[in-house]
Write a protein that binds this ligand. Structure first.
Ligand code: NAP
Length: 328
């Protein structure tokens, strides 16, 4: 019998890489997608069109996160050993514009899943994709699993609620549930609304003469940016441990938005200073202090380590955008 896993948010960056990883490991994968998801434009489309996988080892179920009855039915029928909960509104900036929807999906969506999990006759291990944004503007640098949560965005607040609920269900009901406190992670599959991909795409578009300039907010903003493929390995490792727990997944190194621009534009033989314009309207209402993670616990307990390199990742993302735009 293959190990069976359910993934929420299977069409996203992490969901698609995790699907590939689990299929490689011999899992049967059940992906939950919302009614409005466009599968044909998602990264899992090539996998789902593969007749060897489709409806044999890769199954898609249409379920919205706030449709708890259908969620319950789907989980009861799938009987997974592992549930990876990655779905949700994942953009911090957007969460200031749609705070209620962000909280409904990110916070209450996770609670709904925990309630279902509690009732399952065959218990499943549960992973929750938490975020460094739960720390807000921390006094402690780097942050670890004991750093107090003090979010400064609706997204961070919703993730804090969900992170704490995971802890409560673990302690109070003995549910196997783990938080992966994920620092920013990128890849060629990163959605275009995130600053790294926005920069990589713009550098490629300017090189091709499709665009003339790039407008950005705070160039000095710093993040601990890792590679999604490393983080997805960590996500899987989290559920291979005997007990549920909380783990920071981070590189421990921070880079600025300007660093991304320098690498991406140089990859296209351009000087970023000639094309990047500051735009006050793109400043975040509340910019976190340096979010840098200490992943010692994940390294020692799970044997996880990030293998990629920041510069290589930005180069790969920019070249990938160049290929995509050239093909249009
Ligand atoms: P992503 O590419 O934006 O993917 C988000 C996924 O969630 C997509 O599959 C999306 O489906 C789905 N989704 C969104 N709202 C939904 C809803 N209401 N009901 C059902 N599905 C919904 O995000 P990601 O980068 O893979 O991140 C995965 C998880 O890690 C997210 O929870 C994110 O908040 C968290 N995280 C990510 C990072 C990072 O740097 N990437 C850092 C910390 C935490 P559609 O295809 O239909 O849009």
């Amino acid at each position: 019998m293959p190990q069976r896993a359910v993934i929420t948010g299977i069409t996203g960056q992490d969901g698609s890489y995790l699907t590939e990883l689990l299929l490689e490991k011999g899992y049967e994968v059940h992906g939950l997608v919302r009614r409005t998801s466009d599968l044909s434009r998602s990264w899992i489309d090539p996998l789902y069109r593969d007749p060897v996988l489709r409806e044999r080892r890769l199954f898609i179920h249409y379920v919205d996160l706030d449709d708890v009855t259908t969620l319950r039915r789907t989980l009861i029928q799938a009987q997974p050993a592992e549930v990876y909960h990655l779905a949700g509104q994942s953009h911090v900036g957007l969460s200031f514009e749609i705070p209620e929807a962000t909280c409904r999906w990110v916070a209450m969506g996770t609670l709904g899943l925990l309630e279902i999990l509690r009732d399952l006759s065959a218990p499943a291990r549960f992973f929750h994709a938490s975020s460094s944004e739960i720390f807000g503007r921390p006094d402690m640098i780097p942050q670890n699993e004991t750093t107090p949560m003090s979010p400064i965005s609706p997204y961070g607040c919703a993730k804090s609620f969900a992170t704490q609920m995971i802890r409560i269900y673990r302690q109070s009901y003995g549910v196997y549930a783990s938080n992966g406190i994920l620092y920013n992670h990128e890849s060629p599959r990163r959605a275009g609304s995130f600053v790294t991909q926005k920069i990589c795409r713009a550098a490629a578009a300017i090189r091709l003469g499709v665009e003339q300039e790039l407008r950005l907010g705070d160039l000095s903003a710093q993040r601990d940016w890792g590679d999604a493929r490393d983080y997805v390995r960590g996500i899987w490792l989290s559920l291979q441990h005997d007990e549920g727990d909380d783990y920071i997944f981070a590189t421990g190194q921070s880079h600025s938005v300007q660093d991304v621009a320098e690498i991406a534009f140089a990859a296209m033989d351009l000087d970023w200073r000639s094309y990047v314009k500051h735009d006050e309207r793109l400043m975040r209402p509340a910019e976190p202090n340096r979010l840098v993670g200490d992943s010692t616990k994940a390294r020692t307990r799970l044997g996880w380590e990030p293998l990629s390199d920041f510069r290589r990742m930005i180069l790969e993302m920019t070249r990938s955008q160049h290929r995509l735009l050239s093909a249009k």
